[in-house]
Write a protein that binds this ligand. Structure first.
Ligand SMILES: Cc1cc2nc3c(=O)[nH]c(=O)nc-3n(C[C@H](O)[C@H](O)[C@H](O)COP(=O)(O)OP(=O)(O)OC[C@H]3O[C@@H](n4cnc5c(N)ncnc54)[C@H](O)[C@@H]3O)c2cc1C
Length: 303
């Protein structure tokens, strides 16, 4: 099968790209290995996507899917297993077949790293969150905790401190990995308490999170911290080994691209969480999808 554009991933970035590519008159296949909608299907509430008001992740995923399907894009449940991007036409091999493409848009997202402690999965979406920007506002005026030691954890701790009555920042080492300027700001913030050399052992509660059990690694002492939420900020993991050697990847494994969503490989564009960027959200993923598809359409005009 041959398409003008093949899009890898049917999250907000991929589905938005499909709408823009179809409206530019291109034939489009979107290939998805798991479930339409991407990461947001795991989100009970979304409040910050412009225009939708309060909605659930599943509702938003369905709306994005329906809109893309109505444009006539072929949205197929097939995982991509191999790509040949440096040739023209490009070839995308999936669990279901082989596709030729004029241009390829990579929109395969990234995964939030988990802690792996007891109760984490059970309370996911019920007080355990992987995104302070997304969920911090749900805990306004409450006591919360955040775990991590990099820039994201430090930024999120400051963000949460402006919304919540108290923030306990838990870090497994005795020094932060994040920038000094952020660490200094966190240390002097009145309503942030820092527990160094500590790990979260268990998330406890009834229907929602009520406390976490924290262990000091040096003394072995454990304490129960009463909190309404645990924010996990221990990093994202992009899964871009498929593209290694064909498009430039950053040290952390993201596909290198600026706001124009162009990769180092001619005719290959990237959108959403999988690319190097500052803010990984639905709105920025959807915006990338629009930019990447428009760039792909322009590229098709001249090749
Ligand atoms: C728990 C949680 C809550 C969140 N809440 C919010 C919120 O309230 N507001 C907000 O703005 N953001 C929120 N986010 C972040 C938001 O979901 C992401 O920024 C957004 O989904 C990124 O979109 P994307 O399309 O780039 O990637 P994704 O949503 O990750 O979609 C990528 C898709 O590509 C597919 N894929 C990957 N590899 C392959 C392959 N080899 N072949 C085929 N398909 C592939 C994946 O299965 C996935 O469906 C939340 C994230 C999480 C985890």
């Amino acid at each position: 099968m041959k398409y003008d554009v093949v899009i890898i991933g049917a999250g907000p970035a991929g589905l938005s790209a499909a709408v823009y590519a179809r409206r530019a008159g291109l034939s489009v296949a979107v290939l998805e290995q798991n479930i339409y909608g991407g990461q947001i299907v795991n989100t009970p509430e979304v409040e910050n996507y412009p225009g939708t008001g309060k909605t659930t992740g599943v509702e938003l995923a369905m709306a994005l899917y329906n809109q893309a399907a109505e444009t006539g894009a072929d949205i197929l449940l097939e995982g991509v297993t191999e790509v040949k991007l440096t040739q023209d036409p490009k070839v995308v091999i999936t669990t279901g077949g082989e596709y030729e493409a004029g241009a390829v848009i990579i929109a395969n997202g990234a995964k939030r790293r988990h802690l792996g402690c007891k109760g984490e999965e059970e309370f996911s979406g019920r007080g355990v969150s992987y995104c302070a920007t997304c969920d911090g506002a749900f805990f306004r005026g409450k006591e919360v905790s955040i775990v991590g030691g990099g820039n994201t954890a430090l930024e999120d701790a400051l963000f949460l401190a402006n919304n919540c009555s108290k923030v306990t920042l838990i870090h497994r080492r005795d020094q932060f990995r994040g920038s000094k300027i952020l660490a200094d700001a966190v240390v002097v913030k009145e309503n942030i308490e820092i527990l160094y050399d500590s790990t979260v052992e268990e998330v406890c509660g009834g229907s929602v999170v009520e406390s976490i059990r924290v262990r000091n690694k040096l003394s072995g002492e454990e304490k129960l911290l009463p909190v309404s939420a645990l924010f996990v900020a221990v990093g994202l993991s992009p899964e871009n080994s498929l593209f290694e050697g064909q498009v430039e990847l950053s040290e952390a494994g993201y596909i290198v691209a600026g706001e124009d969503c162009c990769t180092s490989c001619s005719g290959v564009f990237v959108a959403g969480d999988t690319r190097t960027k500052e803010l990984r959200q639905i709105v920025t993923a959807a915006a990338d999808g629009a930019v990447a598809a428009t760039a792909a359409a322009r590229w098709m005009d001249t090749h």
